[in-house]
Design a protein around this ligand. Sequence first.
Ligand SMILES: Nc1ncnc2c1ncn2[C@@H]1O[C@H](COP(=O)(O)OP(=O)(O)OP(=O)(O)O)[C@@H](O)[C@H]1O
Ligand SMILES: [Mg+2]
Length: 288
Amino acid sequence: MTDIEEEVDFEVDPEDLGDAPALQVDSDRLSLLVNDLHVSYRVFGAKKVGHGPARDWGLLDRLVRRGAKQPAIREVKAVRGITFAANHGEAIGIIGVNGSGKSTLLRAIAGLIPPVSGTVHVAGNPALLGVNAVLMKNLSGARNIMIGALALGLSRNEVKERFDDIVEFAEIGEFVNLPMKSYSSGMGARLRFAISASAVPDILMIDEALSTGDAGFRAKSKAKMDEIRESAGTVFLVSHSLATIQSMCTRVLWIHEGKLVMDGEPREVCGSYKQFVADRKRHAASQK
Ligand SMILES: Nc1ncnc2c1ncn2[C@@H]1O[C@H](COP(=O)(O)OP(=O)(O)OP(=O)(O)O)[C@@H](O)[C@H]1O
Ligand SMILES: [Mg+2]
């Protein structure tokens, strides 16, 4: 997304944000502005999936399919009109049931998926733990450190300088020379985290990566997140562990079916979410 590279003017007037809910915007502290963001996937040959009515791509598509026997194309609306502003120094948890759109939101903020509509403005350089996207299981940890860190915008020399720190932080020792496919899930998660954190990004986005880490690594991760926040960065953390979210975040967004349901204080949002999940379970049980 070109917006990320551009100098962004953060003099945002909430009045200009149309129908979106009014935002508490303090332009000096703003690190990210997501305005009425819609993100979709195009799925080939699928029946209805995702949230809301799937879009039929129309008569032309049907005609083309009839001729060429091509599969149907469906649109999965994964993020459906999300608006929020994030400040420097915040650690923002993102919670929601499976498939609610959390990972998609992070991918869109990182510029990995173009939005259908709406905008994402980022002050500085966002790094999704989504170096995941560029890492290759068949290559060694060492090669992946190089690839991942280059993808995050470090120079070759910077990667060389930080290489030992990354290995030490990830606690993978000699495994650094083995292919990543030989790593345990915890080791893989630690290495991904260490690579992502090596760039000291302005916005660090972590998707589930901590869930496989052990307690010691969790503590280190928290320290790294705090360091990024103290250097005026912003951290996003997607996790299904409400305990992790509550211990690490200053604010929580709850997403459901691609929409923002609640945005606020961690205890309050996690409490409402827990209640919602319990109600849903009870409802599902009563349907049996
Ligand atoms: N690559 C993809 N192609 C097509 N549809 C996708 C793709 N990735 C996600 N989706 C769909 O988009 C919706 C949102 O998915 P997303 O992965 O963002 O949810 P999530 O909240 O991260 O879920 P989880 O908690 O399981 O990680 C779901 O309906 C999912 O099926
Ligand atoms: Mg996800």
